[in-house]
Write a protein that binds this ligand. Sequence first.
Ligand SMILES: *Cc1c(COP(=O)(O)O)cnc(C)c1O
Length: 424
Amino acid sequence: MSDYKINTKCIQSGYTPKNGEPRVIPIVQSTTFKYETSEAMGRLFDLEDTGYFYTRLQNPTNDYVAAKIADLEGGVGAMLTSSGQAASFFSVFNIASAGDHIISSSEIYGGTFNLFNVTMRKLGIDFTFISPDASDEEINAAFKENTKAVFGETISNPSLTVLDIERFANAAHAHGVPLIVDNTFATPINCRPIEFGADIVIHSTTKYMDGHATSVGGVIVDSGNFDWTQNDKFPGLTTPDDSYHGIIYTEKFGKAAYITKACTQLMRDLGSIPSPHNAFLLNLGLETLFLRMPRHCENAMKVATYLENNDKIAWVNYPDLESNRFNALQKKYLPNGSCGVVSFGVKGGMEAAMKFMNSLKLAAVVTHVADCRTCVLHPASATHRQLTPEQLKEAGIGEDLIRFSVGIEDVEDIIADIEQALNA
Ligand SMILES: *Cc1c(COP(=O)(O)O)cnc(C)c1O
């Protein structure tokens, strides 16, 4: 970790050019890397030497950007993935296989819920979903002999609940397993879950980190803090890997065991790498993340306050509002503001919600969120369409819920747009 303040890290971390090298992270658009001898290449394949040989495993552009994000989150290492979905999958699959069990918050992104509840169940991995409001007793009761991790979102998309990271980390650690936190909505500018006990942090970089809606991507950050050898729950990390002539990740890579396995084993076999060009674009977003996040939060707070005082609005959900049930957790974990996303219901339910959304002019109806441009979505009919009414309820998503992602435009224009749509 560098000693710089987070704002400086956004700009400087991850890449330091040497004499005569490009000032900006270069795009190394090459699948392969040349070596003088076959023996030198062989040592790379055996993980005996470190170096680039094939972009599916590692690429310099991707690594510079991953190193910056590791520094922002305070981890020992990170790996970029081609999407947030790939990051979610890898983060769990790296330590769980058929016959294992994971505890997840029920209030998570719809795509993650489908991945866990349908696709990963087909791989033989079992999930228990618990409310982020669960008591310590309820959390403890969810653990089984074969539980391998606990998963949650710092701020859930789209229900905007705030995870009590310390409480969930303590429960996970008491049972000898790591806490994995999806920090997409908060970003490391507003919250660094590792400081509160999270062991693995993931992101859909598609959202605020990219910030300009140019590139789908994800990242996994390893805190290096979890001791994988404390029990026999993680044989993939603590016993020989036959696909590398029997190396043992915890012995050979120490604190970076988890992230090294994710890269050299899962990425090698499953191949969900981002293109170096997308990593370059992601870096441009990261360079201004610390400027954009405060503006997103400031604008969202003004929009939320406007909505709270408008009698056409049935309810407003924004953790930073004093009236919000997660306000105490927001103050603890996200003291500088949570994110730019506000959810609310207009009086008149689903039909009124549709009419309101169709009347917006500045705010665009898109399947996207956390972008510099204001955008809006009706999750029950879009991202969360596959969920049953019961599952929607568990995920905290009402039929009237409008997810309003406040951008960094002039907030007076955003509020004027809401006002004209409410009057329409
Ligand atoms: C969008 C999102 C994902 C999935 O990321 P993609 O980049 O779309 O694959 C995962 N978690 C959260 C919280 C998200 O908002």
